[in-house]
Write a protein that binds this ligand. Structure first.
Ligand code: FAD
Length: 326
């Protein structure tokens, strides 16, 4: 059996690993201490709360993407989120209307989908891959920032946010320069309990506010524990907050949230998280990038669809391609 190294345990990497486990000897490498990537969940040390601070929900517009999750037996780890949704303008609610299409969330937490996908598979956490080395005899070695070497891989698939994958790709990788044209926006998340709960579960901000989205995390199916809210900024405000000293940044974020939504985060129990590469602004044609000569490929949400469903589609298409190659 050929061996396959997958860099990244976000949704793309996790689904690929599960889909290819019977065709390849799969080994996943993840720089964080758990799976999920941008579909992450933060938990308190005493388990009194957990909150999704990255992706909030996902769509399944393409039937083939939902069939893919079904085939991987992952249907029991996501559910429909029936939220009370409002739209804010000029610091007040101007419209209430339900989501226009089904919005799904992993249960009981956003990273549950990746967790289940990787169950019983070989995953090395806390392993940031810093270099891919093609040996003279054609196989790949992966080097971690701690200096560990994992060798003898026939294939490597990179699933990091695309601009980070580009840094690892050799110069002669087909379409490397095309992948590098993807622009990614940042986002800052503020998560915490509020003084007085809202009447709504999810809110969009349609004016010039620096806040884009807010949600009551506990309104999603399967969430237990203390009620937490999450707020997300636009890219410019995220960069500005990140440049400030931590407490100062959180205070400014808190002030803006209160101004536009009226919600008062209890700052002493809140935390912030900066996502440098949150979402792709433009998509790259195709569903994945592959260089069959090098036996190296990229799966990502930078391809059409972007977002979680784009990453699912990318994993599905690349899994089919790599299944056919053996
Ligand atoms: P990732 O989830 O980024 O996974 C890549 C993994 O690779 C990560 O776990 C990372 O730690 C790891 N990694 C990176 N470099 C290395 C390395 N060198 N070595 C080892 N591991 C490495 N999408 C939606 O559909 N709906 C939403 O509501 C939504 N909201 C969002 C809100 C925020 C704040 C953010 C940040 C994103 C949001 N998105 C949303 C986008 C969505 O999260 C992504 O499109 C999707 O999760 C991408 O999955 P992925 O597997 O391609 O990448």
């Amino acid at each position: 059996m050929q061996s396959l190294a997958i860099v990244g345990a976000g949704i793309a990497g996790s689904l690929l690993a599960r889909a290819l486990q019977e065709k390849y000897q799969v080994h996943v490498f993840e720089k964080s201490r758990g799976p999920g990537g941008r579909m992450s969940t933060r938990r308190s040390s005493d388990s009194s709360w957990h909150v999704d601070h990255g992706a909030q929900f996902f769509t399944l517009r393409e039937q083939s993407n939902s069939q893919f999750l079904e085939k991987l037996e992952l249907n029991d780890v996501f559910a429909t989120w029936n939220a009370r949704v409002v739209y804010f303008k000029d610091c007040g609610i101007f419209e209430e209307s339900p989501f226009r299409e089904p919005h799904y969330v992993a249960v009981p937490a956003m990273n549950s989908l990746c967790k289940k996908a990787l169950q019983d598979l070989k995953v090395t956490y806390n392993a940031r891959i810093t270099e891919l080395k093609r040996e003279d005899y054609g196989s790949w070695s992966l080097l971690t920032e701690q200096g560990a070497v994992f060798d003898n891989f026939d294939w490597v698939v990179l699933t990091a946010p695309v601009l980070q994958s580009v840094e690892l790709l050799p110069e002669d990788f087909e379409n490397r320069s095309l992948l590098a044209t993807c622009k990614m926006e940042s986002c800052f998340a503020l998560c915490g309990p509020v003084e007085e709960e809202s009447s709504w579960d999810a809110a969009y901000f349609h004016d010039s506010s620096k806040i884009r989205w807010m949600a009551r995390n506990s309104s999603k199916p399967g969430r237990e524990g203390e009620s937490f809210y999450v707020a997300h900024t636009d890219s410019d405000f995220a960069q500005k907050l990140q440049a400030l000293e931590k407490t100062e940044g959180l205070k400014l974020f808190h002030k803006e949230v209160k101004r536009v939504s009226g919600l008062d985060f209890r700052l002493e129990n809140s935390f912030g998280h900066f996502w440098r590469y949150a979402r792709a602004q433009n998509s790259i044609p195709g569903d994945y990038a592959i260089d069959s000569r090098l036996q190296l490929a990229v799966a990502s949400d930078c391809f059409p669809g972007t977002r979680v469903e784009g990453a699912i589609q990318s994993a599905r298409s690349l899994a089919r391609k790599l299944s056919e190659s053996v």
